[in-house]
Each structure stands twice: as structure tokens, then as C-alpha cells.
Design a protein around this ligand. Sequence first.
Ligand code: ZN
Ligand code: ZN
Length: 552
Amino acid sequence: MPRAKLRLIPLGGLSEIGKNMMVIEYRDDIIVIDCGLMFPEEEMLGVDLVIPDISYLIERRDKIRGIVITHGHEDHIGALAYLLPELDVPVYSTLLTNGLISVKLKERKALAGAKLNIVPPRGKFSLGKFDIEFFPVCHSIPDAVGLIITTPLGIIVHSGDFKVDFTPVNGQPTDLSRLAEVGSQGVLLLLSDSTYAELPGYTPSERVVGEALDDIIARAPGRVIITTFASLVSRVQQVIDAAVRYNRRVFVVGRSMTNIVNMARELGYLHVPDGTLGRLDQAKDLPHDQIVFITTGSQGEPTSALVRIANRDHRQLHIVPGDTVAISATPIPGNEALVARTVDNLLRQGANVVFGNGTPVHVHGHGSQEELKLLISIVKPRFFIPIHGEYRHLSLHARIAQSTGVPKEHIFIIEDGDVLEIGTDTARVVGGVSASHVYVDGLSVGDIGNVVLRDRKMLSRDGIVVVIITLNRKTGKLVGRPDIVSRGFVDTSEGNQVLESSRDLIAKVLDRGPKQPAQSDFVNTKVHDTLNRFYFEQTKRRPMILPFVVKV
Ligand SMILES: [Zn+2]
Ligand SMILES: [Zn+2]
């Protein structure tokens, strides 16, 4: 009888950045590595998030022994809140990762009943025929790990997201000596992070960022607003350290940032001297050069605090001339335009904005080419699969592997949905499974299937409202009243009254001050959300709302 083979099925993260999920299967045992989400691309209108298609897993639910999470970034944990209730299997992760998962599950009311297991950064456990060992990796979040998975056919090493930084901020350097040991025993397969396979050389150390932030906070004449990912706990620590050094108090803005800061403090991953953190309403009593705000929004997400601030729509925080805003993150590919418009609006209001160019307020959490080579040479795998990246990253990483001596026919560039079968000395793609995008739009998950279908349904049921908003290009001020045209929504005289009132409502919402920046996508979101709520209250219907911003 031929020996059973291992099956490897990526359900996300291969040929895209985000929603990482890898399935490894041997006979009746399945393990899943990571369960992430992706932010929508611009053409995915009306979609909030994208999560992996798990129909393959749902059909084999009784075989799944567990989900193993490498670290707490959204592209690795973000889909758990949506998918865990459907799968109902145990989750394994390190302490901080588990804390971040718990925060996310709680936000979506999915925490009760979740089987969450905490494993130390060098811990071992078994799931069916798989023996799993964590090893610490350095990444832009503490407690990140890679996996050494012993299978009946040999050892698989999964790098997680990693870089080789010997002076990490908090967290540990990547455990190269453990990997060298495993490498000398013989490794069947290496799966390695390709995110920055395009960058030559080595990725700079996180220390560089600490120095840059320190410099900004030391020199800023007024308030400092630093924006980053909420999950970049080590970045938050660097901000707090610098603030303490220059006698500034720190104010955390936004719910998700506050939740994560509290959790990380409780678990001991953030060290904050007493009296450093303040409540937002206390900030107005302090001199400006004693204030640092930390907030999210480094990706220009339309609902984030920074974008609200940039559009003067934040309840508690307005830019005043003399403020310094530092964007401590690189835009995820695709978000560049959103971030650029946010920067424009901040500058327009008199802020000094620091973002990447020149000042290293951010370094990548992923290894560059020399680090990728180092890992492959140490692990010396028989087979190699590049993971975490667009096709061009995977393809470049494959070439890097080849340059270190892995034979071309042992390197597989596979994409989401491919099924790769691996024996002890052969491997090939044997088929495919469904791995489409599943869209989440705040109200519903997955059953949207495709957006067009949803739009059509909405149109046939509740009609359409087109809102034309004319703004002055320079001042951002509304010119005249908004125009509203509707089809199939309301046709009674009360209905017309609702449309009339909504014109006034929009005029009011968009008129909040003398210098009103006009960022179209922000105005669109604002108009859409306002009308959606208003029409539903008034009519119990949800027409499709299409705002058009015209600048004159
Ligand atoms: Zn990551
Ligand atoms: Zn990642």
C-alpha cells in the first residue's frame, strides 16, 4: 500500500497580501495555520473586509484538530471572529496573540465558548499526527512565532512573518540556532514569508524607529499625534518611552487602540509609568508641548480616527497649527492614495506631517532578500514554498531559494486554492479547492457571495437614491443645497418630505466649520452612512445610496 501523502492547501495569503490561511492535511488530521483578513481593494464597493473562503474546511470540520496562530496581526487573526463560530475548533497561540484574539472575539461577541489555548514561544503540543513546536521570530509585534511541525513524512518549517533583527524592541530575535539544529536533522519543506522579497539587503532594526520617534517628540514645538496600527505594541511602547523622556503625557485616541493598550498593559507587554497615560478630556488643560496622542488610521481607512481628524470630523481632537503628525506605518499596497489624501488634508490645516520619506518613522517587520536567503540556507529544506505575498513576491522568493541551491523542481509557487501533495521525495499540484473572496460588509458575512447580486437585490427591493454634492474645490464648502434624485424608493407626498428633509440633513452634516477639507471618499462615506440611517429610521427601507461629489 502506498504511503499516505501530505496535502497542503493555501486558502489565503498566496498571491495576495492579507487573509493568511494555510491548511495542512495528513489522512484524517487537518491543522490550519493562521486565520486572517484583508482590507478591500478600491473596486470592491461597499465591502468592509475580506475573509477566506472556508467551504473546504466546513465540509471536513470533524477532521480539524486546531487552528494555530503565528502572531496577532489582523492578516493572521482577523477572520477568527467570523469563522471560529462556524468551525468551533481549538485555537493555539502565544500569550499576547491570545490577548489580541480575545479582544477581537469580544468586539464581535464571539468570545463565549471559544476554545483558546496559550502556548509559550518555545512550547510544544500535538494535534492528531502533527507535533508542533513554536520558535520565536522577530517581527513588528511581540510574541510572534514560527512553527516546526513534525509530520509522519518529515519536518515542515513555517516561518510566520519574520525578520532577522538582533536588536528587537521587545520580543526576541528570530531563533536561528534552533532552526539550524532542525536544519541539520533534515527538513522536508520550508514555507517562508515573501512580503518583502523585492527589497535587497537587510531590513533595518526597530531601534532606528525608536530614535526617529524620539527625535520627533523632542523637537516638536506643539502637540504630537502619532498614528500606527493598534497591534504594533512595540511601536506604542517606543512612543510611550519617548514621551516619558521629554515630559509629555500620552493620550490614546480611539476604541480599538484603547482596548489593545489596556490588554497589553495587563499582560505585561507594555510598560507605562504611572501618570503617563491621561484621559482625552484632560488634554485641553495641558500646554501643547506636553502632549502626545496615539491613534489608528495609518492606512487612511475612512472610519479611522486619523481620517476623521484630517476631515475635522473628530469629536474630541482637532488639528491646530503647530501640531506634528507622524504616520508610523507604510501604506499597505493599494492604500497609498487614501493615505496621501489624508496627508494633504492634515497639511492643509497647518499640521507638520512626517511620513516615511527621509525620517525612518517606520521599518518593515519582514525580512529583506539577505534575510530570506539566510533562513533558507540554515533550514536547508528539500522542498520550498514561498508564502505571504502577491505573485511577484512569491516568484522572486522562488528565485532567491534557487540561488541558495534549492533545485528548481523542488520549489513550488502555488496560489490560493491549489492542492499540493507531498511525499517523501516527490511533490506536485493535484487539483484545486474553492478559495474565493468572502466579503463582509458590516451587516452580513459571506452570503453576499458576490456584490453585484446584493446590489441588484437592494435596488429591486428598496430603490436607489443619488445624491449630488457640489463642493468648492478650495474651501471644501458646500455650494448650494445637495441635489437628490430617487428611483423606486418613495413616491408619496410623505416620501417626498423625507427626501426634502434629507437634503437639509446632508447640508448640515457637511457644514462644520470654516476650513472644511474636501476628501471625496470621506464625504461619500459620511453622506452614505448618514442617509442610510436616516432613511431606515423614516421608512424602514434601505435604498442603495450613491453619493457623487462634484468639485467646482
Ligand atoms: Zn505580521
Ligand atoms: Zn502578515
